[in-house]
Design a protein around this ligand. Sequence first.
Ligand code: SAH
Length: 344
Amino acid sequence: MKDIRTLNLDQIKDYFGTIGEKPFRAKQVYDWLWSKNMHSFDEMTNLSKDLRENLTRDFFINPISVDLLQKSTDGTIKNGVKLHDGLMVESVLIPTESRSTACVSSQVGCSLNCEFCATAKLKRMRNLEVAEIVDQVALIDRQSKEYFDRPLTNIVFMGMGEPMMNYKNVVEAIHKITKPEGLGMSPRRITVSTSGIPKMIKMLADEEIKVKLALSLHSAIEHKRNDIMPFSEKFPLTDIMDALQYWYQKTGSPITFEYCVWKGINDGDEDIKALIRYCRQVPSKVNLIQYNPIGEGKFDHRSIAAEEKYVRELEKAGITIMVRKSRGGDIDAACGQLANKSAE
Ligand code: SAH
């Protein structure tokens, strides 16, 4: 018995040869699996009964399941998603007037140790499989149709985990999400968010998959960033910039810097100046994310005055800066709050 979704189309064709089926029919199965997101052979209605029986004998399909669905007063829906081995991740549907955005996870837990992030408190348990990433997208697309009467419009890899640390599966999942023989969604509506691993940023630039890139910066002053995001000691800001410039050269797609402002940590004039100097080196914009406290003392205080100053100064410097309102805070669905209670 094998998980059929670990096979590519050619491998399914080969299997069809061994059971005396016409290889072209493999495409039908592939279509059920990756385009229709079907999780049961019995419901693949255009296949013969014999074929369905063969498939059931030789393969299994590991679906994800929703263990807990929570709705925020602002419309945000958080799914506690159960994987086949009982582990959990979280996937969020964020609706606005014109969009439905899926915030998907790439790992169970996270191996990075960003001090301010709830997911970092869980150790990394494993990488998500390709099908587990695609299933989250298909699930949220169905929910968007059910609750908001429209398909999913955007996907952000800003759930649990660091997508660049599960590189291969994330890239393969993006192929399955974007290819016409998969879910057929536009790559330009997908954003991969990373804490900044230069080598992987360059590798993703070389894939030519036309996704957008967001970098979680939080400070453009090296020693401060290392305090906030200790793993980044291995990756100097100059190396990250070098990778971002490479990204822009290769893809022509500007970078989004994600940035939270904390009282007493990065709320000074020198912080703003450093950010301006940093983003000027590559076509980019800044998203100021409203921080969601997770009870980590020193990060619990926003500074609205400092946020306003960031906006004023960056605008003066000609840099686009958007203040992002937090969504789903009442159900722990907001940025950095994803940690699923059962794993705590
Ligand atoms: N590992 C990836 C993606 C997951 S985090 C990355 O670092 O980009 C998605 C975004 O949420 C990142 O920008 C992260 O810095 C931010 N974030 C983490 N904890 C947060 C919190 N408590 N409040 C607001 N944003 C947070």
